[in-house]
Design a protein around this ligand. Structure first.
Ligand SMILES: Nc1nc2c(c(=O)[nH]1)N[C@H]1C(S)=C(S)[C@@H](COP(=O)(O)O)O[C@H]1N2
Ligand SMILES: [Mo]
Length: 359
């Protein structure tokens, strides 16, 4: 029996192309910037960018709380202000490389960005509202609305009380020093450092405290399942990944790289939401032999780490491979294991390069 949510054909469908042109990735040369320029940051929007005018907008905090809150943007901005760099990655990054291919946003590897977000910590707001003792989850609702999997819905994700109270979880109104762009969640979004992007609800309008585990559509959609009927495991924190700044220059259509023979400086970034990056290995022969890259300093704990390694490139065709590991024991797999929605696909990056004789 064929599953209509999977494609055997390697060609993307018109529906995937439609999603891919709306939701762009970060051009990999964007890895050059410590902080990703807003227009280069990847984008993932399930439905439409909703119309949310800041003057009329209010955040409601209600449900199982002692005092419900209604907060305008100015009131939020009068609270403690924090600025934090956060590497955000979509849980579907890498999906398009799977066979069969789960039909959704067809990411290759570029669904990532490292922006500088300004906002206020969430925990004091929850304390101010006063969570009742029986609260299990906090449900975050966005202003966007649509149908997915046959179910009409507002975009909603939840966090357990313990996860929501983490000191680095914030409500953000600015990105890279500018008010949030419409496509990144204006006027306010949730930001949960270390977690895959689906948790960071954009166009946030409501936080509801509930006494049961929330099992809305977007909670069940982000479970790693071996097959359609598998109960699966919640997708939460980001597994390690490393990417390189594409060396040399590209071919327009195939993107294959050409570099001159001689000494080539390979550089890139690595990140993990599960621990500290402790190792990045680079292969210039398709994964037969590996060398450890030199890790740069990680400016803050919630963002990516720069790495570099020198390559003495000899003429011919080469495949560069990069693999990161964190101190929690997670290592990028060489071969990707398959799962039904194509989530958490952090297989090593492979970059074909043609080395031409030096000038
Ligand atoms: N309200 C709302 N929030 C959302 C989404 C959405 O479609 N609606 N997409 C999520 C997903 S899947 C990701 S990966 C991130 C992407 O954030 P960005 O577009 O700012 O990079 O937003 C998350 N927050
Ligand atoms: Mo995502």
């Amino acid at each position: 029996m064929s599953d209509p949510s999977l494609a055997e054909d390697p060609n993307v469908t018109p529906e995937e192309l439609q999603l891919a042109t709306r939701n762009h990735g970060m051009p990999l040369e964007g890895l050059r910037y410590d902080v990703t320029p807003a227009g280069m940051h990847y984008l993932l929007i399930h439905f439409d960018v909703p119309e949310t005018r800041s003057e009329a907008w209010r955040l409601t905090v209600d449900g199982r709380v002692r005092s419900a809150l209604g907060l305008g943007l100015r009131e939020l901005q009068a609270l403690e202000v924090v600025t934090r760099r956060v590497t955000l990655e979509c849980a579907g990054n890498g999906r398009a490389r799977l066979t069969p291919r789960p039909l959704s946003q067809p990411w290759l590897v570029e669904a990532v960005g490292n922006a500088e977000w300004t906002g206020t910590p969430l925990a004091p707001i929850l304390r101010e509202a006063g969570l009742e003792d029986d609260v299990v989850d906090l449900v975050f609702t966005g202003a966007d609305h649509g149908v997915q999997g046959g179910e009409e819905q507002d975009y909603q994700r939840s966090l357990s009380v313990a996860d929501a109270m983490q000191p680095d979880v914030m409500l953000a109104w600015a990105m890279n020093g500018q008010p949030l762009l419409p496509q990144h969640g204006a006027p306010l979004r949730l930001l949960v450092p270390g977690w895959y992007g689906m948790t960071s609800v954009k166009w946030l309008t409501r936080i509801e405290a509930v006494p049961d585990r929330f099992e809305g559509f977007q909670m069940l959609a982000y479970r790693r399942r071996d097959h359609a009927d598998d109960e699966g495991i919640d997708v939460t924190r980001i597994f390690p990944r490393s990417l390189m700044i594409p060396p040399g220059f590209p071919d327009f259509f195939t993107r294959t790289r050409t570099v001159d023979a001689g000494r080539v400086e390979l550089r890139g970034r690595a990140w993990s939401g599960r621990g500290r990056i402790i190792r990045v290995d680079v292969s210039t022969d398709g994964g037969t032999s590996w060398r450890a890259a030199t890790l740069g300093e990680q400016p803050t704990p919630t963002e990516w780490v720069p790495w570099e390694v020198e390559w003495d490139a000899v003429p011919g065709e080469h495949e560069l491979v990069v693999r990161a590991a964190d101190d929690a024991g997670n290592v990028q797999p060489i071969e990707q294991s398959w799962n039904h929605h194509g989530l958490e696909n952090n297989a090593v990056q492979r970059v074909p390069v043609i080395v031409r004789p030096g000038p």
